[in-house]
Design a protein around this ligand. Structure first.
Ligand SMILES: [Zn+2]
Length: 218
């Protein structure tokens, strides 16, 4: 097996041979087997999708603006696909110490906070946080939620459905084709910023807060 440095050196040697007009060595059968194995391994690594354990769900209210602060909520979910393949499970927050209360710590609607020991029913837990923020501060709030789950989350952005209702009414009024409502619906589809994408972007040097801000403004 070649190291990357050896591989580079080999390629330089081959280029030098080619430039000098010398014949290039042909690959032996055993070399071919090694190369094929390496290519299979690379393909496996590329196919291995990064699965986030959590989902940070952001829902914006209808008065979304790029100038004024606007309302919305952030909630955290345990991603179903990670475990049993069932639906997502809600991650609550202790209303006394603000620690996250994992679905594992809830049984029959009864929860125990692992941090402060608070015990009680789910309705007494915090399910989502409500905010009224500017786009820039929404990015910060999303970042904080993302950090709370150790950066192991996909980010989902949802919009208030009234935009579609408005488009629908308009559609009926104008008696137009289905184009306008289709466009409105497409534009309101939840945006997803996957952990895999986040890792790729930040690995390429992107500032994560800047990426979240771009998501909010998208
Ligand atoms: Zn607590």
């Amino acid at each position: 097996m070649y190291t990357p440095a050896q591989s580079r050196q080999y390629q330089l040697d081959m280029k030098a041979r080619e430039a000098a007009g010398k014949p290039l060595p042909t690959l032996s059968a055993s070399d071919m087997v090694i190369i094929e194995k390496r290519m299979e391994e690379m393909k496996r690594q590329m196919d291995a999708v990064i699965k986030a354990q959590f989902k940070v769900e952001v829902t914006f209210g209808k008065a979304r603006s790029n100038k004024q602060p606007f309302q919305g909520a952030i909630s955290i979910w345990l991603s179903g696909s990670k475990l049993s393949g069932d639906g997502d499970e809600k991650v609550y927050e202790c209303n006394r110490c603000e620690a996250l209360v994992h679905p594992r710590a809830i049984e029959g609607g009864y929860a125990v906070c692992h941090q402060c020991g608070w015990q009680g029913g789910c309705p007494d837990l915090v399910g989502e946080r409500f905010y009224k923020l500017t786009e820039q501060n929404w990015a910060v709030a999303i970042y904080k939620a993302y950090r709370r789950v150790g950066g192991d989350a996909d980010i989902y952005l949802k919009y208030h459905p009234s935009d579609i209702r408005e488009a629908n009414k308009m559609e009926v009024r104008r008696g137009m084709g289905g184009d306008a409502i289709y466009k409105a619906r497409e534009a309101r589809r939840p945006l997803m910023y996957s952990l895999e994408r986040i890792i790729k972007d930040t690995g390429a040097g992107a500032d994560i807060l800047g990426r979240f801000e771009a998501l909010v403004k998208a």
